[in-house]
Write a protein that binds this ligand. Sequence first.
Ligand SMILES: NC(=O)c1ccc[n+]([C@@H]2O[C@H](COP(=O)([O-])OP(=O)(O)OC[C@H]3O[C@@H](n4cnc5c(N)ncnc54)[C@H](OP(=O)(O)O)[C@@H]3O)[C@@H](O)[C@H]2O)c1
Length: 293
Amino acid sequence: MKKSALGQTGLWVSVLGFGAMHLNDKRTSEDDACRLLNQVLDAGINLIDTARGYGLSEERIGRHIAHRRGEYVLSTKVGYGIPEYADWSYGGIVAGVEAACQRMRTDVIDIVHLHSCPLQVLAQGDVVRALEDCQASGKLRVAAYSGDNAELRWAIDSGRFGSVQTSVSVCDQFNLTQHLPQAQTRNVGVIAKRPLAGAIWRFVDRPADYAEGLYWDRFRAMGLDPQGLEWDELALRFSAFAPGVASAIVGTRKPANFQRNLDIVNRGPLDEATQALITRTFSACDDDWSSII
Ligand SMILES: NC(=O)c1ccc[n+]([C@@H]2O[C@H](COP(=O)([O-])OP(=O)(O)OC[C@H]3O[C@@H](n4cnc5c(N)ncnc54)[C@H](OP(=O)(O)O)[C@@H]3O)[C@@H](O)[C@H]2O)c1
């Protein structure tokens, strides 16, 4: 699996990363979680992304692959959910990083994001300082921001973050024109979240989930022609190789879908005409379609 530089962080990440959010799902047994995480590493995927908010996910990463810690770039997100501290406080960030280290059985986390931190909190400064202090004390390697729109822009422009994580997909192209060029100029690494737009083509009815519902609306409005490709192939080859994206962290609970995504990414970028069609179709329908958190 090809690896890309994550901005100037010194980290190199596989073009396909693993979004571990769905490890939260209790339908996935411990044995299945163990098999899937080890399958991911065996395939040469080296970026594993999780968050405090993904329930069992961090703990399962610690339990099942901490013994292979040298093989992966570990990415998580903090800012909330530490009982002794207010959300988005200096102490909550420091304690959140420590708690994540413990859950994932590691001394240092490679990338720690502020998880959808509101703009006024970012600007106030305490949480960014807390992340930098954790970096200075060796608990994390890269201070990062995860989110979209005005907050994302603030994070890129601030020069305080080595990388960002934001939405990029056929149904979510705002960042490609509005923010990723600036990230590239400032050498900020970019991880693409929701790179399949939640595989929205699977749903006959509009999903109740907020983001999936919006993607469903957009997907239908776009009426995109898949050019003879399967939807997953079209979607993943578009987002994984979008300009400025270092890695696309697809989420799945299913070994077969993981293997399929691996095969797809190994086919490389879409041809230029297909990429241009996807971009043109989004622009033609764009009804103030900002990026979806
Ligand atoms: N920072 C944030 O606020 C934030 C927000 C959302 C997501 N994320 C990160 O981004 C990652 C991915 O996001 P996501 O899971 O919401 O969206 P996604 O990767 O765009 O789509 C994942 C969905 O697609 C399905 N899928 C995967 N491969 C498939 C394939 N080849 N064919 C058909 N369906 C396929 C999965 O279901 P199956 O399990 O059935 O395969 C899953 O439901 C998360 O795990 C997380 O790490 C971050």
